[in-house]
Design a protein around this ligand. Structure first.
Ligand SMILES: C[S@@+](CC[C@H](N)C(=O)[O-])C[C@H]1O[C@@H](n2cnc3c(N)ncnc32)[C@H](O)[C@@H]1O
Length: 271
């Protein structure tokens, strides 16, 4: 994309996390400013594109797990730019009646998702902020599609680390957990610092310094131990909170370098 053909409301002069991720994944929905910031990230941590691919593979596995477990309502918060194998495609491959609400605070993500989705009774796209969970769960658009009195799964994949205020992040996720009825799930993936502390400190600095995310209050990623409380009060599905490739890999599935995947993933079930 070039700045000249930027859709209305899209800022082509500041890096954007969804477009940077698109670049890591080999997509074309990014501007020079995104590529520059992403190149700086990859200089600090060359494994980032590999981790992005592992994230997509995890998303596929976790959606399949949830739908096979009987879940028919998914709320994907921090959707990102659409690519093949998006949440509704994975879900519908297992159970075509699954309803999926896509939520993101980025107008560009919303525009892309709306353009990609054929309007039907099974999907919706809502602009909302994870830091305002009440607005999400009380949203009319959400409640038209998703019956929160029935088991639902919230997906928080690769998004919580962009909420750098711990108190807000913890309170937001607690509100989502409180909304779940028994049989519901919360699935998350979250980058953490203790595997590659120097590289991840640089990466966090690039995201904040470039304006891709708001600066502070936290200037480094959470540690693995600091991610654990986001699943508090839920029954942790086996194998627990583990690095992306080690969460229920499919038979024969291979991954490049599990010791360099500094993103944990886990699923909790409300009992
Ligand atoms: C790296 S992408 C992750 C996309 C997808 N979930 C995945 O795992 O591939 C992060 C997404 O989270 C969104 N995001 C970041 N902070 C958010 C917030 N406070 N509320 C809603 N969405 C947010 C960004 O706009 C971006 O689309």
């Amino acid at each position: 994309m070039t700045p000249e053909n930027a859709p209305p409301g899209v800022d082509p002069t500041t890096p954007n996390v969804a477009r940077m991720q698109d670049y890591y994944l080999g997509g074309k929905d990014n501007f020079e400013v995104d590529r520059e910031a992403a190149d700086a990230v990859m200089k600090a941590a060359p494994e980032v594109p590999m981790i992005a691919v592992e994230g997509r593979k995890f998303r596929h596995r976790v959606v399949r797990f949830l739908v096979e477990a009987g879940i028919r309502q998914l709320v994907d918060i921090g959707t990102g730019l659409p690519t093949q194998g998006s949440v509704h495609e994975c879900a519908h491959a297992v159970a075509p009646d699954t309803r999926v609400a896509y939520i993101d605070h980025d107008p560009m993500v919303i525009a892309h998702a709306q353009a990609l989705l054929t309007p039907d009774h099974r999907t919706t796209v809502i602009r909302a902020d994870l830091r305002e969970p009440c607005q999400i769960v009380q949203s009319e658009e959400l409640n038209r599609l998703i019956d929160l009195s029935e088991p639902t799964a919230f997906l928080l994949l690769n998004v919580l680390h962009f909420v750098t205020d711990d108190a807000i992040a913890l309170a937001s996720v607690a509100r989502l957990r409180d909304t779940l009825v028994p049989g519901g799930y919360l699935a998350l993936s979250h980058a953490f610092s203790d595997m590659r502390p120097e590289a991840t400190l640089d990466v966090a600095g690039i995201y904040q310094g470039s304006g891709a995310i708001e600066a502070g209050p936290r200037t480094e990623l959470r540690t693995r131990a600091e991610v654990t409380p986001y699943l508090d009060g839920l029954e942790l599905v086996e194998p627990g909170l583990v690095t992306l490739p080690t969460w229920r890999p499919e038979p024969g599935e291979s991954f490049e370098d599990p010791d360099r995947v500094w993103v944990v993933a886990g699923v909790g079930r409300k009992v």
